[in-house]
Structure formats: structure tokens, C-alpha cells
Design a protein around this ligand. Structure first.
Ligand code: NAP
Length: 323
């Protein structure tokens, strides 16, 4: 018989960084984990590095058709889901040219937001089968223009969602035709916060819907979060990492951030409804995860509903089967 304390968890972005470290903790705690990996090579590597058994689904989250396919497989399996953890993300730091998915969607918004909204839309019936389900979404403080990182460069601002209204091929969600990789990332993280707000509204606050920010997390191994923009200057990125991590000590380790994500997946004290937590720097080299207010834009419920509706409409008009 299955251990009643063991949770069935579906995790995106479990092949590296915060998600990989969370997966390590969740497996060690005896939870039943399914990780969505981009391709077979990533799947094999992730399986070989994790300390126990894990189910893997192969899916490039940039391809919304592939996302719809794995959702159908999961729904057909009928297995209840205790936690849906939408953690994958990418940033084309410093990029000024957009890249597009197979369906013509700019990749930052396709992966960070639309793939995750589609998973939330399709997998809700499996969550509703569980006794005590929850959704956890890895957002970021950069969604907030008054946070330290949110102030650097152009702030997150979705305008009136003109890009989404225009359909595939938009560079920025606000409809601006010139791409700014850093702003696109901030915008996508604001979208993540709004997705959590709207999901919670639709559910009627029956389960915890948790958005959180892990802090500035820098790995020592794979270039971390900066690796997606192949034109990034590795020396500049290395210098930034050295100053932030080793001199200023304002960064969080992937291991600690992963432990926090695992805690958010399991903590029975987190109440049903929308929750937002930030892993804040509290002293030289130290962090603490605290409940926090989102930005004003991140609390805009009509905008959250409109973002969800336009995203759903955009995806329904793509040449993919969503059923
Ligand atoms: N690092 C930070 O400072 C920071 C700060 C705030 C918030 N966050 C958020 O934390 C989350 C995790 O980031 P991280 O720092 O752990 O970075 P990471 O090490 O780069 O992990 C990103 C994960 O997302 C996956 N992913 C990206 N594109 C994908 C795609 N098309 N299909 C399938 N999987 C894809 C990656 O898979 P591959 O291994 O195949 O690339 C990887 O598993 C992200 O949502 C990020 O926005 C990070």
C-alpha cells in the first residue's frame, strides 16, 4: 500500500538548479516524483544524478503541442496529483533579438508562462482528485519594479497585453515590437504571479496556490540561469557571479533554494488561497523565506483574469490539439 505521507508531485525544471535540488530533497523524503525534461539526453542525465527513482516525461516546454500531449497522457492515466510545481524558466539575458517557438511564440513567454498555464488548465482535474492538493509556481522578485533586482533596467510592465491580443509573432507581451530579453523575463515573472492569482480565484481558494521567489541563485557549474543567451559574455557573467556571490554575498545557493521549494511543496501550515513568499537577504550571506506582498501590478485581479483569458484564447488558436 502507498505511504499516505508520500505525495505525488509533478515538477517542471527539475533537471538543474533549484528544481534539481528540490527533486533531490523530495525523493529523499519518499515522495513520488515526476519530472518534465526537455529531451532524452537531459532525462538520462537527470535520472543518473538523482538519488532514487523518478518518473520522467520528455517535453520541450517551448512546444505547446508537446505540452498538450503530456497533459493528455497524465489525464488519461487518471492518477491524482498532490502538487503541481511549475518551476522551469529561462532568460535571454541581454538579448535584443527574440527567438520563437515552433508555434511562433517568443520563447521566454512560451516556456515561463504559457506552457505552465496550459499545464495548470489541463491538470486541474488530477489535482482535484487529491485530498490536499496545491500548486507552486516559481516566480521572482524581478516582477516587482520596487525590488532591488526589479529596478535594474526596464521594469516589468504588461501594458494592456497588446502582444497577446495580436497573436503569434509578438516580441513583447505589451506589444512593443523591439525585444528586450531582460524585460521579457521580468514580464514573464509578473505573468507567473498573475497566473497564481487567477488560478486561485477560479478555484475559489480551496487549495494553496503558492508563488515564490528563490532570491538570486547562481550555480558554479553550468552557467546557471545565464546559459540560454549564447551571445552572453562569459567573462562579464563570471564577474557578476563573483561579485554577487563571493564579495557581496547576496546570492542563495541552489541547494538552499531547492530545500525551500521542497518545503513549499510539503508544508502543511500553508493555508488555502493565494500565497506569495520571498527568500530575502536578511544579513550578510543569510536569507529567510517570508510571506511578502506582490507588486501592485501583481495584485491586479482584472489584469490577471484578462491575461489568463487572452493566453487561453491564443493557445486555442494555435495549430495544436489542446484536448
Ligand atoms: N536563478 C535565479 O537567480 C532565479 C531567481 C528568481 C527566480 N528564478 C526562477 O527559478 C526557476 C528555476 O531556475 P534556476 O535558477 O534553477 O535555473 P536553471 O538551473 O537554468 O533551471 C531551469 C530549468 O528549466 C528548464 N527548462 C528551461 N527551458 C525549458 C524547455 N524549453 N523545456 C523544458 N525545460 C526547460 C531547464 O531545463 P534544461 O536543463 O534542459 O535547460 C532547467 O531544468 C525559474 O523559473 C527561474 O525563473 C531563478
Amino acid at each position: 500500500m502507498a505511504d499516505p505521507a508520500s505525495k505525488r508531485v509533478l515538477l517542471t525544471g527539475g533537471s538543474s538548479g533549484v528544481g534539481f535540488e528540490a527533486a533531490t530533497v523530495l525523493i529523499a523524503q519518499g515522495h513520488e516524483l515526476t519530472i518534465v525534461c526537455r529531451n532524452q539526453a537531459t532525462a538520462d542525465q537527470t535520472r543518473s544524478l538523482l538519488p532514487g527513482s523518478v518518473h520522467i516525461l520528455i517535453c520541450d516546454l517551448a512546444d505547446l503541442g508537446a505540452v498538450a500531449t503530456i497533459c493528455s497522457q497524465l489525464v488519461d492515466s487518471g492518477a491524482a496529483l498532490d502538487a503541481l510545481v511549475l518551476n522551469a524558466g529561462l532568460q535571454y539575458a541581454g538579448a535584443s533579438d527574440p527567438q520563437f517557438s515552433a508555434q511562433g511564440i517568443e520563447l521566454t513567454i512560451a516556456v515561463n508562462q504559457l506552457a505552465h498555464q496550459l499545464m495548470a488548465m489541463r491538470l486541474l482535474p488530477l489535482l482535484c482528485k487529491a485530498d490536499s492538493p496545491r500548486v507552486v509556481i516559481t516566480a521572482s522578485e524581478v516582477h516587482n519594479p520596487s525590488s532591488g533586482a526589479g529596478k535594474v533596467g526596464k521594469p516589468a510592465d504588461l501594458g494592456d497585453l497588446q502582444g497577446l491580443r495580436a497573436g503569434p509573432g509578438f516580441a513583447m507581451v505589451d506589444g512593443n515590437p523591439s525585444f528586450d530579453g531582460n524585460k521579457a523575463y521580468k514580464d514573464s515573472k509578473l505573468c507567473n504571479v498573475l497566473m497564481a492569482r487567477e488560478l486561485n480565484r477560479q478555484l475559489g481558494a480551496v487549495m494553496p496556490v503558492i508563488a515564490w521567489s528563490p532570491g538570486l541563485v547562481i550555480t558554479r557549474t553550468n552557467g546557471g540561469f545565464f546559459r540560454y543567451n549564447k551571445r552572453s559574455n562569459p567573462l562579464g557573467m563570471g564577474a557578476f557571479a563573483f561579485v554577487a556571490r563571493d564579495l557581496l554575498r547576496i546570492t542563495e545557493s541552489p541547494e538552499n533554494a531547492g530545500r525551500l521549494l521542497a518545503q513549499l511543496v510539503c508544508d502543511p501550515e500553508i493555508t488555502p488561497g493565494f500565497n506569495y513568499f520571498t527568500n530575502k537577504v536578511v544579513r550578510f550571506g543569510g536569507h529567510r523565506l517570508d510571506p511578502t506582498d506582490t507588486s501592485a501590478d501583481g495584485a491586479d485581479l482584472p489584469k490577471a483574469a484578462e491575461l489568463w483569458r487572452l493566453s487561453e484564447q491564443l493557445m486555442s488558436e494555435l495549430p495544436i490539439s489542446l484536448t
